[in-house]
Design a protein. Structure first.
Length: 281
């Protein structure tokens, strides 16, 4: 049993390269960077429309607080400017821009996952684009609800303590809950993408192993990236003021490669189990 998993892990590496996963990861990294600022404006516009603009700002701050420092310093200053002075005249443009760029990102993921699962006849373009927009909107709603829960949980917990001892122990418990919640959110998000996006029949439990591998490698890569300070100084010598942007793209590129690798691992595992595929639409 263990050896089967080890063989699948090794085979997934070769299949990631064979299916042009490295090149596709570069496209994903670019689309992430292209989409992130319009998405912040879209998220602020949505939260303001619902009358919870402060909640939206707090949620974005929470998401940014978990980025590696060298990546955060590239994108956080501009996002803080957007949070403090939202460009109202551009919100409508941001909404349409976000929907288009983010749905293009989802469409890119669909193409990659279809390649992984050897789907040779994708649906027509108009249906793929409609599915991408719908899946992006559903994902945005899930993220918003997750942030609502995450922001309000500590507020509720502060109302509960009645003793000094409980109050003192609340902080470390909340820190543990925070990181557990973030890991579970990442796991659920990755599993959902692996399950819904490709045009093939998959059961949710069949995508869980790859999602676990992906989240574990994301945490490891984020930790290693934060500690590799000597490498960053060399990049700054080569790229100058563009060094921080290169670091950010490199981080997103690594994240994307791991995501594709997790999908390849799922496919190799399903092949070993004799999985028979059919197209959903």
């Amino acid at each position: 049993m263990i050896w089967r998993y080890i063989r699948c892990l090794a085979q997934a590496i070769f299949k990631t390269i064979e299916h042009d996963g490295i090149e596709h990861a570069g496209y994903m990294a670019f689309m992430i960077l292209l989409s992130i600022f319009p998405f912040v404006m879209f998220f602020l516009a949505s939260s303001s429309f619902l009358g919870v603009s402060e909640l939206g700002k707090n949620g974005i701050a929470i998401l940014l607080s978990n980025l590696p420092a060298n990546v955060a310093e590239t994108i956080v200053p501009r996002i803080h400017e957007i949070l403090e002075n939202p460009p109202q005249s551009l919100l409508t443009l941001a909404i349409f821009g976000t929907i288009w760029t983010s749905s293009s990102f989802v469409e890119g993921i669909r193409t990659i996952l279809n390649r992984v699962h050897q789907v040779n006849s994708p649906p027509p373009y108009w249906l793929r684009r409609l599915l991408s927009i719908t899946q992006f909107l559903i994902t945005s709603i899930i993220i918003f609800l997750t942030i609502v829960l995450f922001v309000f949980t500590p507020i509720i917990l502060r109302k509960i303590p009645t003793t000094i001892v409980f109050t003192k122990t609340l902080s470390p418990i909340w820190i543990l809950l925070r990181y557990t919640f973030i890991v579970l959110t990442l796991f659920f998000t990755v599993s959902t993408i692996y399950y819904f996006v490709p045009n093939t029949n998959l059961k949710f439990r069949e995508v869980v192993p790859g999602a676990i591998i992906t989240v574990m490698l994301w945490i490891f890569s984020g930790t290693m990236l934060s500690k590799s300070t000597a490498y960053y100084s060399q990049l700054n010598l080569i790229y100058g003021s563009l060094g921080s942007i290169i670091i950010t793209l490199l981080f997103f590129h690594i994240i994307a490669i791991i995501f594709i690798y997790g999908a390849e691992f799922n496919h190799q595992l399903l092949k070993k189990n004799g999985k028979k595929y059919w197209h959903k639409y």
